[in-house]
Design a protein around this ligand. Structure first.
Ligand code: 13P
Ligand code: SF4
Length: 312
């Protein structure tokens, strides 16, 4: 196909023919969000991946998300548009280094943010996402010692909110740590009535200014449910698409990044590797396919299922 409409038509046709489901994260390209069967945050996407009746899961997000889908639905074919769509958080925690780190704290349980590899999930006791981390930590016995990996900013936020001391692995999201406080302050002066809302992957010096902190789905729900009409949004700019569709009359402003990139806001280079053309090819060739070695998958599945159970 040559043009955009031909790509979109082809994707819809192959999706039917192959009984495939397209799952997309809020941070991917708007056109992909518009044709996906489900768009959501990491928790919602993994719940969908576990429950789908489709034969093939096409995951438009990043590698660890496709892996999580395969962990939960091992008998389905799981494909992603670009194998190079990684994540700085997952990359921050190589399995061998993490196993050494974990061995230093034998009486701690390991809580890992879903943004990590299958190997790290296999070394973890419970997986969390930004929408259930507080609830899961609060449900643990007060004397339970905890390692939290790989996002130190989310870990610090959870620790502060719950009053629980946790040993943190020092990982970060390159996108969320790049929000500029100086430019944010300028923007808040310009829009004094705007609510500032942020994702917990942001640094503490940004989060302390937020009126609300939550996962991407929680941020979307917040702008829909709150009566205010102006919001400055501290997360990857892809989420603005669904916000603007949901509340077209409200002003949704992306929080500014340090460096002036194309949109002067925060964009994840990995999420943006998902293009319509690559999605078309992925459906056509059913490649590239995610594989997880069975010994790792079984251990990783236990920690992800614990999360799904504790999120009910
Ligand atoms: P959530 O959509 O679960 O909030 O995660 C954000 C993120 O950075 C995904 O990579
Ligand atoms: Fe990873 Fe950050 Fe990109 Fe999410 S936004 S995939 S946490 S690098």
């Amino acid at each position: 196909p040559k043009d955009k409409q031909e790509l979109i038509d082809g994707i819809h046709r192959m999706k039917q023919e192959k009984n495939a489901v397209i799952l997309a994260h809020y941070y991917v390209d708007e056109d992909i969000q518009d044709l996906a069967d489900f768009v959501g945050d990491s928790l919602g996407l993994s719940q969908q991946a576990a429950a789908t009746e489709a034969d093939m899961i096409v995951f438009c997000g990043v590698h660890f998300m496709g892996e999580t889908a395969k962990i939960l639905s091992p008998h389905k074919k799981v494909v992603i548009p670009d194998m190079n769509a990684g994540c700085s958080l997952a990359d921050s925690a190589p399995a061998d280094k993490f196993a050494e780190f974990k061995a230093q704290y034998p009486d701690h349980i390991v809580l890992s943010y879903i943004n990590c590899s299958a190997e790290i999930k296999a070394l973890s006791d419970i997986i969390v996402t930004s929408s259930n981390a507080l609830k899961i930590v609060q449900s643990l016995p007060p004397d339970q010692k905890i390692i939290f990996a790989p996002d130190a900013n989310l870990g610090r936020f959870v620790s502060k909110k719950t009053g629980r001391d946790m040993v943190l692995w020092d990982g970060a999201c390159i996108v969320h740590i790049d929000i500029s406080l100086e430019k944010l302050n300028d923007l808040r002066t310009k829009y004094p009535n705007a609510k500032f809302i942020a994702h917990p992957e942001c640094q503490e010096h940004i989060l302390i200014h937020a009126d609300f902190v939550g996962s991407t789905t929680a941020l979307l729900n917040y702008v829909v449910e709150q009566p205010e009409t102006e919001f400055i949004v501290g997360t990857e700019a892809g989420i603005l698409h669904k916000m603007r569709q949901a509340v077209p009359n409200k002003k949704i402003i992306p929080a500014p990044a340090n460096e002036n990139n194309t949109c002067a806001c925060s964009e994840c280079p990995y999420m943006k590797m998902n293009t319509l053309e690559k999605l078309y090819n992925t459906l056509y060739y059913e490649l590239p396919e995610i594989h997880v070695p069975e010994d790792i998958r079984v251990k990783a599945e236990a920690s992800v299922l614990r999360m799904l159970e504790m999120s009910k």
